[in-house]
Design a protein around this ligand. Sequence first.
Ligand code: AMP
Length: 399
Amino acid sequence: MELLNIKKLCLTDKKVFIRCDFNVPMDEFGNISDDRRIRSAISTINFCLDQNCSVILASHFGRPKGEIVQKYSLSPIARRIQHLLKRDVSMAKDVVGPDALQKASELKEGEVLLLENLRFEMGETKNDEELSKALASMADVYINDAFGVCHRAHSSVEGITKFFDDKHKAAGFLLQKEIEFFAKLISKPIRPFAAIIGGSKVSGKLEALINLLPKVDKIFIGGGMAFTFLKQMGYDIGASLVEDELLQDAQHIMDEAKKLGVKFYLPVDVIAADKFAQDAVSKIVTAQEIPSGWMGLDIGPATVRLYREALNDVQTVLWNGPMGVYEMDKFARGSSKIAHFVADSYATTVVGGGDTADLVQRIGVDDEISFISTGGGASLELLEGKILPGVAPLIIREA
Ligand code: AMP
């Protein structure tokens, strides 16, 4: 699959719209805790600026759901881009409102404009044509470098591409790199191939789990999603996170794994807490002995040992989703131990997803991971073999 190449575009004197993914994690004080996604877009932005064009940057951030919510403003992100680009970045007060349109029309060569959070517009997630058109009207060329959101048919990702012909749109360097990496990973993974899947819910990763089963040799489950499986196996999981409506799906996944000969691992012990808080009373218990009313917030030490043992011979590891509530130190140990083990292994290691990327960076092992993808959902959908809606319009069609 070959994508329209940014290097083949004529960008001189043009206005270039770059859809980025600046949806970065922030701490409770509004500081950016991992700016990987911003740093990853810099080479595309600089490449464009080097061609003497002007650049309009656009991204979503958080889930403001079509409303203007100050805490989701992109202003802290504008400051970070400015710092990384070492040049001024002006910020529009809106997305396609009068301020954005005026600033975009007045943009001169070498200047950079950042639009406000795309999701302040209700139409963005609905792939609204009017919004796509308004966004497209600001620029001559469209570049998509937002891998993390390419699995969504949104206005600035999919709809907007209809307003540019193949000579005026392309994939940015980051998008290109991600697509190439996953294409190789799917076509020839070195086996054994293991997927470590964690995070809060089965629902978000249900399809990915089902589709990964025929591709991998081992699956390791962690995080909140483990409890839906444990409950289905008849364990009393106390007040742990559970999706009762997915119990049958959990059973289906375990049955399929068995049928396909995929080794399916669940936590054998957990760190149970009396409440969802850093100052909770907590203890290590086996998965069978979670006290009633308590919740499992991390995998326990026996699970860490078991997972390490079973990961020992693995040659390719895909990790998506933390093993516990890693944002609270008390429940970060399981994720941290697995992160160190994955980082130290000689396997090809791939980490996907904002939380997991944030986690390996916090722990300081990010340099040891073979590939950190900026997209969690997007990378899982690629591994399922899907063509992402944001990528499809950028594929070079046979003449
Ligand atoms: P996801 O976005 O689905 O990858 O989930 C990431 C989130 O899952 C993180 O914010 C974790 O705090 C949360 N998480 C992980 N383990 C648990 C758990 N055992 N109970 C509740 N939340 C969890």
